[in-house]
Design a protein around this ligand. Sequence first.
Ligand code: UDX
Length: 474
Amino acid sequence: MDMNGGRKRNMKGHVVVISYPATGHTNPMLQFSKNLASRGVIVTFVNFNLNHRKVIQARESLQRLKLDIRFECIPDGLPEDDSTLDSNINPAVFKHMQDNMDGSGLERLIHRLHASGDTPPVCCIIYNSFLPWVRDVANKLNIPQALFWTQSAAVFSIYQHFQNGEGLDCGRMPQNVIIPGLPELKLTDLPSAFMETSGSINYYLGQLEVVKDASWVIANTVYELEPETINSLRSTSLPFLPIGPSIPTSFLQDQNAEDTQVGANPWKAADCMGWLNKKPPLSVVYISFGSILVISDEQIQELAVGIQQSGQNFLWVIRAPPGHDHIAEVLPAGFMEETKERGLVVDWCAQLEVLSHPSVGVFMSHCGWNSTLDALSLGVPMLTLGVWTDQPTNSKFVTDVWKTGLRMRRRDDGIVGRDETERCIRMAMESEEGKQLRNNGLKWRELLKSSASEGGSSHSNLNAFAQEIISKAK
Ligand code: UDX
């Protein structure tokens, strides 16, 4: 199938796409690869030992779509038999990928691809910012490079604003921040690294260094969501190309019914459709905090009591935190039994399918950028609980700019309490304000759908990028 409306194109350009090995990065980059392949570009998608097996599960769905994406694996130097080294949850993996790795494995792979003659020469390397050494490989081999930005334009703009602030002292940040193209932000709206004194901010600011050598910054965002920010970034000649939302096209374009999944799940997805089918329209609170965030036992217990007090149906994606074998050990005694008629607790689900289901009324989310785009794409309002990295900024935009969510307020100890949880759920599910949030969400859904359709902003940017790659290969 040609996902781009049935037109056949000659396959000429060949790109290498390499993603940091965590779900929030591989998902949008794999979907982006599918969108390129459907426009006639050959893609070699590069994994690490750590995540190769999980990502190549996607092969099955790609074969159905007849897309030319080839998977390769390069060594990451991590022990192969250590099950705690899950890149979705282990901070040591992040450090290793940044500090210990070099580009020799990638370089060897590209030489091998060129020597085999199976594909045309690589004419662009596309990578995301947590793999800074890819820049050196592209420079050494004289291959054009593109940064794939997995977060919002606002977050890019914030990091860029502070990037030149030599020796940024996070202990002495101003309480309010004014950045061109952005609404006035409080310190607490900035990515969490600005509040940490550990020095982690240097990683986040440093990741933008690679932009100097990038011919494109391909961003998983949508022009219509962040026009002022994107205009402001472009006014500095930054080649910023919004191509999002990078989710399977069946959720955005009615004609592409077969492109339903990214296909690389970090955990087995539970089948929740039968359960959802039995629930009335807009009656279910869907709760998920993505693939990385570990929330404290106390926070889980407060949420559980609040959810129970709200009396609403709920589908909760949550896995046992480290130190526990099963989530039931952390949930309040009796919770599973008392809520079994109206609640379902699973490790992982097909989130886009769940959000598309008519029974789902609201999404309680950590506001990871992919989850935020999932909710906006499907028109589902959010209850936001952003805590880490870009999540507070996403939460600010969802609640105050796009006005399709309510922020869950924290107590002084940082916990969202049971009564606040109940209040927010009731407000989203039962009040006029909740209806307004849903109506706003549906407007964003329409805008995102049209941006992904023929003639829309993201669709046109994808076409233009693919054309440029193909013309480079001639
Ligand atoms: C991480 C950071 O936490 C986030 O802040 C940053 O923006 C991206 O990297 P993650 O925690 O995994 O990401 O959250 P998110 O960005 O929301 O990505 C989660 C992905 O997993 C989404 O593509 C979502 O559709 C998918 N998902 C999540 C499922 O398919 N099933 C689930 O049960 C939960």
